[in-house]
Design a protein around this ligand. Structure first.
Ligand code: ZN
Length: 80
């Protein structure tokens, strides 16, 4: 919510979109029916107060290494 720059009443967001991960552009309309001004704003992240807690990544599950399956195709061709 942001105040209307003309009548200082509340203005509501009608639509918005992210221009980047840190910047959002919004179109607002004043709720005062006698004003109804529309304007566009930019909202951005100014400072990270506290980043998310570091979580230790789980160790990858041990995958057994199997020997490659060998196919003796030469022997198959000799069975004719
Ligand atoms: Zn207004």
């Amino acid at each position: 919510m942001m105040r209307c720059p003309y009548c200082k009443k509340a203005a509501h967001v009608r639509t918005s979109r992210y221009l980047s991960d840190n910047v959002k552009q919004s179109y607002l309309q004043c709720v005062n029916v006698f004003c109804s001004a529309t304007f566009r704003t930019l909202e951005s992240i100014d400072e990270i107060i506290r980043p998310p807690a570091q979580t230790e990544a789980p160790a990858p599950a041990a995958v057994p290494v199997l020997p490659p399956v060998l196919q003796d195709r030469a022997r198959v061709s000799q069975r004719h």
